[in-house]
Design a protein around this ligand. Structure first.
Ligand SMILES: Nc1ncnc2c1ncn2[C@@H]1O[C@H](COP(=O)(O)OP(=O)(O)OP(=O)(O)O)[C@@H](O)[C@H]1O
Ligand SMILES: [Mg+2]
Length: 168
């Protein structure tokens, strides 16, 4: 018998505009309000592919009302909401895994909800519960996102992706 919980699920989405990319993030953040399990959203993609705008949407959907800025220089932003705390990292400027240890990365990402921009730089530093989201800019300006995880069911991913899901 196939155990759905340990299967890696894959979802493809396409967002035509920056507003759509934020809205897709919003839909994920809204879902996470009632998820009540740890999850590290590992964002991958070249410069300017929309990782920060997507993260802003996630934060809004999760109930963050404060301004959400890119943590490129701060390395980490912390957002406290009624639904819990969300940690937002950007590890672009870090070169060495020891620098991550210095900022206590694992303490902030284990058993919590986190967003990590440029997560593919340090894949071994991530917790077990990961949702990989890889963004790619298309020639027409839209963004393709590929979602991979064992932490969500296919039905949950389809619910989150909603109108942006690309079906085969
Ligand atoms: N479909 C789209 N989705 C997301 N962003 C888009 C889209 N079309 C154009 N953009 C533009 O692309 C840029 C994305 O910027 P953003 O800071 O979110 O990217 P990033 O991946 O976080 O970059 P960096 O790696 O430099 O932090 C913005 O200027 C946004 O207006
Ligand atoms: Mg960014």
């Amino acid at each position: 018998m196939i155990d759905n919980n340990t299967m890696t699920q894959c979802l493809h989405c396409c967002t035509a505009t920056v507003t759509d990319t934020e809205q897709l993030g919003y839909q994920l953040g809204k879902f996470l309000k009632t998820f009540s399990k740890p999850l590290c959203m590992a964002l991958v993609g070249d410069l300017g592919t929309g990782k920060t705008h997507f993260s802003q949407g996630v934060a809004r959907g999760f109930g963050v009302t404060d301004e959400v800025t890119s943590p490129t220089f701060a390395l980490m932003n912390t957002y406290d909401t009624e639904a819990g705390t969300l940690y937002h990292f950007d590890v672009y400027r870090l070169d060495d895994v020891y620098e991550l240890e210095n900022i206590g990365f694992s303490e902030f990402t284990e058993d919590t909800l986190s967003l990590v921009e440029w997560a593919d730089k340090f894949p071994d530093a991530l917790p077990l519960e990961v949702l990989w989201i890889t963004l790619t800019a298309q020639a027409d300006g839209s963004r393709l996102s590929v979602w991979q995880t064992s932490e969500l069911t296919e039905a949950e991913l389809l619910q989150i992706g909603g109108q942006y899901v690309l079906r085969d």
